[in-house]
Design a protein around this ligand. Structure first.
Ligand code: URA
Length: 241
């Protein structure tokens, strides 16, 4: 990792200020004064600022899980129900889900121990896109789709405009597959929107969260995010990475 990024992730200063500190000759790596922010730092290196050792950043973990139905999206459950963290095998740090999916919903769920990023990704201000495939009862016409797009009132608050597309009508089963794109995350929002339009949800899958798609991940499997995916989440959340 580059030195300026290392200092930013360790909470020493913003990336810009860390660069200034480096150019001012205040930062050393393994006892050698660093002359530019691009100097690479690896685990085990000693970094000092003004001669004082910097505590390296806690290893941050960023995972994308393809959640199966039947698991709840909390780290622990007081009723001993299976939770999404039961699926993670031997991940060494405690990670937490970024937002929630209902127990019977499957698909993209991000987990991390990066509290600040998680907090921002859940905040409506950053309008993080969540894309769902909803199998609904009945064959919604244009007016039902339009009603969902414009927003419905849930607990006294109107939902923000949403993307709603009919992907497939399945008349033999009297069902349809909808693609619904939300930029907010009210509790059970998709189910409530579809019920309000008189097309209750039969099955729900989140196919993408903040641009992270489950694609070929098997249900119950997870992967670590790539460095460039993490950087783009940081940009989306208005943070320096
Ligand atoms: N909307 C719902 O109704 N349920 C989910 O799990 C996610 C979004």
């Amino acid at each position: 990792m580059r030195l300026a990024k290392y200092l930013a992730r360790a909470g020493v200063a913003s990336r810009r200020r860390a660069e200034d500190m480096i150019y001012a000759g205040r930062v050393a790596v393994n006892g050698v004064t660093a002359d530019k922010p691009q100097v690479q730092v690896s685990a085990g290196d000693t970094v000092t600022v003004d001669g004082k050792a910097v505590q390296g950043p806690e290893r941050k973990i960023y995972l994308l899980l393809n959640k199966p139905p039947g698991y709840i999206s909390t780290a622990h459950d007081t009723h001993n129900r299976p939770t999404v963290t039961d699926l993670l095998g031997n991940i060494e740090a405690r990670v937490y889900p970024v937002g929630r999916l209902d127990a019977d919903t499957c698909g993209a769920l991000m987990l991390t121990n990066d509290g600040e990023l998680a907090h921002r990704l859940m905040h409506p201000r950053y309008e993080v896109e969540k894309v769902y495939h909803a199998l609904v009862k009945g064959l919604p016409g244009e007016s039902a789709l339009e009603m969902m797009r414009r927003g419905i009132v849930i607990e006294g608050e109107k939902t923000a405009p949403a993307g709603v597309k009919l992907l497939k009508a399945i008349p033999q089963n009297n069902t349809a597959l909808l693609e619904i794109t939300l930029t907010e995350g009210k509790k059970r929002q998709v189910k409530k929107m579809c019920s309000a339009a008189a097309h209750p949800v039969r099955a729900l899958k989140r196919v993408s969260f903040a641009g992270l798609k489950v694609n070929s991940l098997k249900q119950g499997a997870y992967r670590e995010l790539e460095e460039q995916e993490i950087s783009s989440l940081y940009r989306l959340a208005g943070l320096e990475g």
